[in-house]
Design a protein. Structure first.
Length: 383
């Protein structure tokens, strides 16, 4: 296996993007990543695109070849990768494996979702849960995570205010990220006063319905310096699966797939959580910011809420968390999220993150999950 490097990254603005089509959105992200890498489209040998549900959101399937066609990249092989909200993370892993194996020397991985073109996106998102046992019984994603939050509060005494702090810290960072969907600060009081979605989760505990795209260019590590002075190296790429339905879990206060993927990633990289300088984790609802830092091993089980309350997860804290603003405030265009997380870590490691820079960051971690944890993908990247 060869070592792999990231030589180019991009992210479009996330938000409600009415004036750009699905195909133009991902093409824009791809072209910006190509430009960032200093290569030409003709250098690309393959493309992997993370997308959860173009069929339901824009009534278009077969999107990988649509994108290759629209971007003028035919006949390179173009593959769509789907693992619900982890589609982007898994597309990145697919590209990494294609380079590591020696199959390809230059790969574009991208992620895209256009969610705001449907009137009610909730049933489309719910297809990532168990249809027979969850979605058809009326369960939605906010309500699944609400059950996990309730149980965490019951088991560990996690408070409503601690959940709110996850959103407060995400929004502090998003306010410094011009590409974020909701770049404004919020207070604990505003979170607690926002409208109820699924008790105990309120509007400001939830990631939004976003449009957006992101892209990354990968090549073998030994060639990276031919293209850039600031390559970022892939230290580990780990993927695990877990039960899709919550009722099949012994414990709904932890996501086993995250625990397994994290263990594998740290072992592969020869690192421990204390070695990581910055993290981008999958906080689709505030409870999941807490579960993520526990399941990844940054704090003990049950102590995630306290870590947010004490500000350990601020940019200048012990566990710099979601400098981009996270899913909550940067936005969560499902298939794009895993790629955008890695793009953010690359900007952090290059020292190019502007007002949201985590000083001196050398090693970063991304954590992308599908559904309530049927899939988890963890990457460790280093300068
Ligand atoms: N955070 C902050 N503000 C938000 C927001 C969010 N997540 N979602 C919407 N808003 C704002 C809108 O900008 C709008 O503001 P305005 O009145 O000033 O224009 C207002 O809240 C109402 O927006 P609307 O689009 O009508 O909200 P909604 O009630 O239809 O949807 C949620 C809100 C939380 C239900 C929806 O964003 C949601 O389902 N989120 C979860 C997505 C999800 O499940 N993703 C997969 C995770 S696994």
């Amino acid at each position: 296996m060869r070592d792999v490097a990231i030589i180019g990254v991009s992210q479009t603005k996330f938000g409600e993007l009415w004036d750009i089509s699905f195909r133009d959105l991902i093409t824009k992200a791809g072209l910006e990543a190509i430009e960032d890498a200093g290569i030409g489209g003709a250098d690309l040998e393959a493309m992997y695109i993370g997308n959860m549900s173009a069929g339901l959101f824009i009534k278009q399937e077969h999107i990988a070849s649509l994108i290759a066609d629209h971007a003028g990249l035919t006949p390179i092989p173009a593959t769509r990768v789907e693992a619900a909200c982890a589609s982007g993370g898994l597309a990145l892993r697919s590209g990494i494996m294609a380079i590591a194996s020696g199959y390809h020397d230059m790969v574009l991985v991208g992620g895209v979702e256009k969610m705001t073109d449907v009137v009610d996106p909730t049933p489309a998102i719910a297809t990532a849960s168990d249809q027979e046992w969850e979605a058809q019984q009326g369960v939605t994603f906010p309500s699944l995570y609400a059950m996990m939050a309730r149980r965490h509060m019951y088991e560990y005494g996690t408070t409503r205010e601690q959940l709110a702090m996850v959103s407060v810290i995400n929004h502090e960072n998003a306010a410094r990220n011009p590409k974020a969907h909701f770049p404004m600060e919020v207070t604990v009081e505003q979170v607690l006063g926002s409208s109820m979605v699924a008790s105990p989760l309120r509007l400001l505990d939830c990631s939004p319905i976003s449009d957006g795209a992101s892209a990354i260019i990968l090549c073998p590590a030994e060639k990276a310096k031919e293209y850039t002075d600031t390559p970022v190296y892939v230290k580990a790429s780990a993927h695990a699966s877990g039960t899709i339905a919550l009722h099949d879990r012994k414990d709904i206060t932890r996501i086993d797939a995250t625990v397994h993927a994290a263990k594998k990633a740290f072992k592969t990289a020869g690192l421990e959580p204390k070695d990581i300088d910055v993290i981008e984790v999958h906080d689709c609802f505030s409870i999941n910011g807490i579960l993520a830092i526990e399941d990844l091993g940054f704090v003990k089980k049950g102590e995630g809420g306290l870590a947010f309350e004490e500000g350990l997860t601020r940019r200048d804290g012990e566990i710099p968390f979601n400098p981009s603003g996270g899913l909550k405030a940067r936005g969560h265009p499902l298939g794009a999220t895993g790629i955008a997380q890695a793009a953010e870590i690359v900007w952090q490691l290059r020292g190019e993150a502007g007002k949201r820079q985590v000083e001196g960051a050398e090693i970063g971690l991304t954590h992308n999950i599908g559904g309530t944890g049927g899939t988890a993908v963890v990457h460790i990247l280093s300068r």
